[in-house]
Design a protein around this ligand. Structure first.
Ligand code: GLP
Length: 256
């Protein structure tokens, strides 16, 4: 695992974006996994600014989608992916994939989504954020490590955290379709971007806590190729806990 601690949120975005650029320059047809939420937005902004050529040959797969929101809904992840990633980065619409939140048969939509990822040759690089409770995508605490794309209920904590994007809490969907932890683990490179003090404990538990389904992001400890990029606020608990950096034998720690 590589760990980089950056001064600012913008620097976190730039560092992650450079990893994406290295991949896409070498392989224009790369398959990217993209996360929604606030954490990866600086990554996408940096890419939009620094890669005028765009991503016409690349493919992207979103991690998750709310159940019940059509892709035209402002808070649907399909809308987010089109607005923040697809259009500004020049992906061809046919190469943008998001789980279908209003599928008549959601279970079949999940199976189809897994098949699309497989048909694309799997995900080369997956950008990830982390929830305050350690969730990855919408894999809440207790999610099986071998889980696949499926419909899941959202916890109160996650709905509360995401209510900032909606008029009020009652508007936040109660279910989502999410790639499973097993699906995410098949991506060849995982890049986790984290900023803000409110993620500090989740990050510490994910990297230094026990490997447990109670902290879904702890699964990163057993992926062969993980890069974690955090700002100083998010890394606070890691740095404070002496054992964190002291025992990080296989971490490359860059403080920039
Ligand atoms: C959401 C998303 C996750 C995201 C997480 C953190 O619930 N489903 O993919 O990583 O919350 O979001 P943020 O970066 O906005 O804090």
């Amino acid at each position: 695992m590589n760990l980089a601690i950056c001064e600012t949120q913008a620097a976190v975005g730039a560092a992650a974006a450079e990893i994406v650029l290295n991949l896409v320059r070498a392989r224009p047809g790369a398959v990217l996994g993209v996360a929604t939420g606030s954490s990866p937005q600086p990554v996408y902004s940096y890419l939009a600014e620094h890669h005028a050529a765009g991503f016409p040959d690349a493919t992207c797969f979103a991690l998750d989608e709310y159940v019940g929101l059509p892709s035209t809904h402002e808070q649907s992840y399909a809308h987010f992916v089109r607005r923040q990633i697809g259009r500004p980065l020049g992906f061809r619409p046919v190469n943008i994939h998001v789980p279908d939140g209003i599928a008549e048969d959601p279970e079949a939509a999940c199976v189809a989504y897994e098949a699309q990822i497989e048909a694309a040759g799997g995900i080369d690089l997956q950008i990830l954020g982390i929830g305050r409770n350690g969730h990855l995508a919408f894999n809440e605490p207790g999610s099986p490590f071998d889980s696949r794309t499926r419909v899941v209920p959202l916890t109160d904590d996650t709905r509360q955290a995401n209510s900032r994007f909606f008029d009020d809490l009652s508007m936040v969907p109660e279910h989502a379709i999410t790639q499973g932890l097993g699906t995410i683990m098949e991506a060849r490179h995982l890049v986790l971007v984290v900023h803000g003090r409110n993620k500090s404990q989740a990050l510490e538990r994910a990297l230094n806590g026990p490997l447990t389904q109670e902290c879904p992001a702890s699964i990163l400890q057993i992926h062969p190729h993980v890069t974690v990029i955090a700002d100083k606020a998010a890394a606070e608990s890691l740095v404070r806990s002496h054992s964190a950096l002291g025992s990080a034998r296989d971490f490359t720690t860059a403080v920039t």
